[in-house]
Design a protein around this ligand. Sequence first.
Ligand code: SF4
Length: 147
Amino acid sequence: MKKVKQAIIGKTELAETKGDTTNGKRCNTVSLTCIGCPMGCQVTVEMDGGDILGVTGYTCKRGLDYAQKEVTDPTRIVTSTVRVLGGAHPFVAVKTARDIPKGKIRDAMAALRGLAIPAPVSIGDVVLPDTFGLGCEVVATQNCGAG
Ligand code: SF4
């Protein structure tokens, strides 16, 4: 039985994106709310196409790292529920063991929707191995005994 530490899952707000053309290049300003801690700093990223020109508004390096990753390689931990067969409850809560690309979230949700696992289920049990070819497991975040 594998134990996976529960991660803090936050929400990102892409509050504003403005487009402008400077010297024939596409420049954008992306405004983010950092999810690194409850301060929720408002971070602004100046972009030139796919290149980052500058980042402002963060209070610590965690915010800088978050903003740079969010505009170049956004990822999320996916949480959902999976049907339990013969369980005390019909569903159990699950999550990906690590964050996955945002573009794979729809595939992840579709795979979990069709999944059913037998009771009992313990926190940390792997309910779906190597999900979506990303080397990422889906694990239970809730216990569910036999019904
Ligand atoms: S930049 Fe740092 S202080 Fe601000 S919300 Fe992010 S983690 Fe918290």
